[in-house]
Design a protein around this ligand. Structure first.
Ligand SMILES: [Zn+2]
Ligand SMILES: [Zn+2]
Length: 388
């Protein structure tokens, strides 16, 4: 009598909500719409291939062998930065678990009191003070969390993203806290590569024209015309974009904040994240620490077969229920960039703490919600009893 248990590991990325796609077992994370990203790849690889095929052999012989070498180095750097931006977690914030969501709802209702029928409930906003500036934390109705400062919900990826800059279809991903630096380096290096190819295309045509005339030169290198056209139109957009992001970095501002005018004078709110020093702002964004992903998307879903542990329920204090809206969010429930990672509500940061899913969830007791998803019975377990 023997029993064979076949268990398939279910990783967290397989159960993540939102509209991202994953491959390589969760290592690669992108937006669902990738058509424009493939166009970006095609344009960069295609233009560089034409340059290596038509210009580089001639320029290496007649001008300098370092020209193709530098082009290869620049091309590899551009591709590395593009793939790093496109394939990584931009800083997606995990959604609240059902128990956490119901607790936050309960807290909001307690703070708002009874809203008479027919009247709109007050907006779900909490205020926090950052560098003597009041910053509003808005409630996300999809993710059921109060967004940390600077976070925003991307409608394409359907996720809240920390320090959300914008959703870039050209890189096929959101640009946020975790990949902004690589996005900027991508635009900067692509600008240099475009200028480089464009310049040496012109040099190449001029050198050949001196030898055999302009029309003959174009006939000998049919790829050059195409390259010049692609580079010419890319130059305006990419160099302009790089300039715009350089300006934003110098002010420590995101595209989202710039579009919304978050720190413009009319709101009388100064950017609380700016160091009021261009060099400090640049070094923080380009050389500051890198942030770990809070999704833990390659983590294995835990099977909820262990006896559940109900944590000591702290009674809901009356002060909590009468908290005015101008309070700082309660630390363990509302993710905040100042909250330690292990205190954020996340299936990613799942620890051993879990609560039993009983009718106690209806009670007003303030308890720590389960950080490990209760829906972990998804592990496909097939038990075969072989009795021969
Ligand atoms: Zn959201
Ligand atoms: Zn997005």
């Amino acid at each position: 009598m023997s029993a064979v248990m076949i268990t398939r590991k279910v990783r967290k990325w397989e159960k993540l909500p939102g509209k991202n796609t994953f491959c390589c077992d969760g290592r690669v994370m992108m937006a669902r719409q990738k058509g424009v990203f493939y166009l970006t790849l095609f344009l960069i690889v295609g233009t560089c291939a034409l340059f290596f095929a038509f210009e580089c052999p001639y320029l290496a012989v007649h001008l300098s062998p370092t020209i193709p070498v530098f082009a290869v180095v620049l091309f590899l750097f551009v591709m590395a930065m593009l793939l790093r931006t496109s394939f990584s977690d931009p800083g997606v914030l995990p959604r609240a678990l059902p128990e956490e969501a119901s607790f936050i709802e309960m807290e909001i209702e307690a703070a708002n009191g009874n809203v008479p029928a027919g009247q709109r409930p007050p907006p779900r906003i909490r205020n926090v003070q950052i560098n003597n500036q009041i910053v509003k934390l808005k409630y996300c109705y999809t993710c059921k969390i109060f967004r940390p400062p600077r976070a925003s919900h991307c409608s394409i990826c359907d996720n809240c993203v920390d320090r959300f800059d914008h959703h870039c279809p050209w890189v096929g991903n959101c640009v946020g806290k975790r990949n902004y630096r690589f996005f900027y380096l991508f635009t900067l290096s692509l600008s240099l590569l475009t200028i480089y190819i464009f310049t040496f295309d012109i040099v190449h045509v001029v050198m050949r024209s001196v030898d055999s005339g302009f029309l003959n030169a174009l006939k000998e290198t049919p790829g050059t015309v195409l390259e010049v056209l692609v580079c010419f139109f890319t130059l305006w957009s990419v160099v302009g974009l790089t300039g715009f992001h350089t300006y934003l970095i110098s002010l420590n501002q995101t595209t989202n904040e710039d579009i919304k005018g978050s720190w413009s004078g009319k709101n009388r709110v100064q950017n609380p994240y700016s160091h009021k020093n261009i060099m400090k702002n640049c070094s923080e964004i380009l050389c500051g620490p890198t942030y770990p992903s809070v999704l833990d998307r390659r983590g294995v879903m835990q099977q909820d077969d262990s006896p559940s542990l109900t944590t000591a329920a702290t009674p809901s204090s009356t002060s909590d229920s009468t908290v005015p809206q101008t309070t700082k969010p309660t630390a363990p429930l509302i993710p905040n960039e100042h909250t330690p990672d292990d205190a954020k509500p996340s299936i990613a940061t799942s620890t051993e703490i879990s609560t039993s899913l009983t009718e106690e969830s209806e009670s007003t007791a303030h308890k720590v919600p389960p950080l490990a998803s209760p829906e972990t019975d998804v592990e496909a377990s097939i038990a075969k009893a072989a009795a021969h």
